[in-house]
Design a protein around this ligand. Structure first.
Ligand code: PLP
Length: 380
């Protein structure tokens, strides 16, 4: 296992590191880490069987580990990573989970709680006092920021302080922000979770997950879980995600700029009741985001006027924007999140549309959204 500081790219700025890290370095080597399609290795080396490791995963892990400032372990998906982390906790571990979080994580935690493997409770992570109370007696605290799908900002440094005061591990899902906009380990978190299926891969063509741990011993436990449970990434997925990482900085810069422009325009649209985007000066998360993130990211949410049917009509009327779940791809995606019972139960407003801004022309995107919003308002 290569240590982070041994990589020649380790001292570079993230934008350079994305391009330069995780490449073979000896004379005559290929410049790109090859796609290693082999389930077995000749005896006597570092690996013997493909469940223990793969050089293509290792290159992806090196880049993400350097970006986040810890040791990265890749998994078959974001959910496989989340499950491995829960499985690495002691039996009966008490886990406090943010009440506003990815619905799949809520489902996983509920399942493991029902099975008696962990004891879970939901906490309003935006409320410092509630969080401190939940931390007392917890073994792990799990949050995401910005949150899905309300795009609210949670104070990671404060959460780390509260968690550590109670000897609990702080887990931060950094999928929405990406390591280019937020580095939870530097803010005090112990483990970072990524669904690399989103921004890191960036092209909506793969499923992949990652955990980045500050403690190498925890990283080792997570590798053991991966090998034992078989939640291993595919080599092709790791190859594609690494290729996606090379352009993350330019994709995100452009998408974020467009997101800011669309957020401002949507806020003034007659069919829009409310916009949620920490890049807007009057957003409740603006100040905290300015402190803990280096940019507000490329995800926003807005509530339409009218009812759920109005919001659904917007999704049906868009042409350039794709009506589909997920986020973080080069293509803009829109979705009414309250259509998922889990999100609705967690208090997602029925007219809330989550918009993952892609890299299309901002003017084309605005014309598409404006037209769809006007159509949705027309009497049937
Ligand atoms: C998508 C997502 C996950 C789950 O990741 P998969 O790769 O789909 O398994 C976890 N957290 C967040 C914030 C996500 O958006």
């Amino acid at each position: 296992m290569a240590e982070a500081h041994e990589d020649p790219a380790a001292g570079l700025r993230p934008e350079s590191l994305l391009v330069a890290a995780g490449r073979p370095a000896r004379a005559g080597d290929p410049v790109n880490q090859p796609l290693a399609l082999s389930s077995i290795y000749r005896a006597g080396g570092e690996r013997s069987y493909g469940r223990e490791g793969n050089e293509t995963w290792a290159a992806f892990e090196r880049v993400v580990g350097l970006l986040e400032g810890g040791e990265c372990v890749a998994f078959a998906s974001g959910m496989a990573a989340a499950a491995a982390l829960l499985e690495a906790l002691p039996a009966g571990a008490r886990v406090a989970v943010s009440g506003v979080a990815y619905h799949g994580v809520h489902e996983l935690v509920r399942d493991r709680d029902a099975a008696g493997r962990i004891s879970a409770r939901l906490v309003d992570a935006r409320d410092a006092r509630a969080l401190a109370e939940a931390c007392a007696g917890a073994d792990a605290v799990w949050l995401e920021s910005p949150t899905n799908p309300l795009i609210e900002v949670v104070d990671i440094a404060a959460a780390a302080e509260a968690a550590h005061a109670a000897d609990a591990l702080l887990v931060v899902d950094n999928t929405f922000a990406t390591p280019l906009r937020q580095r939870p380990l530097a803010l005090g978190a112990d483990v970072v979770l990524h669904s690399a299926s989103k921004f890191l891969g960036g092209h909506s063509d793969l499923l992949l997950g990652a955990l980045v741990a500050r403690d190498p011993e925890l990283a080792e436990r997570l590798r053991h879980r991966r090998a034992t449970d078989g939640s291993v990434p595919g080599a092709l997925e790791a190859f594609l995600a690494l290729r996606g990482l090379r352009t993350l900085a330019v994709r995100l810069d452009r998408a974020e700029r467009t997101a800011g422009e669309l957020a401002r325009r949507l806020a003034a649209h007659p069919a829009v009741a409310r916009v949620r985007y920490p890049g807007l000066a009057d957003d409740p998360g603006h100040e905290l985001a300015a402190r803990q993130m280096s940019g507000p990211g490329a995800l926003l949410a807005f509530e339409t006027v009218g009812d759920a049917a109005t919001a659904e009509r917007v999704c049906e009327a868009v042409e350039l924007v794709t009506h589909a779940t997920s986020l973080g791809g080069v293509e803009s995606l829109i979705e009414r999140r309250a259509r998922y019972p889990g999100d609705a139960a967690a208090g997602t407003p029925p007219t809330l549309l989550r918009l993952s801004v892609g890299i299309e022309d901002p003017g084309d995107l605005w014309r598409d959204l404006d037209r769809a919003l006007r159509l949705a308002l027309e009497p049937a």
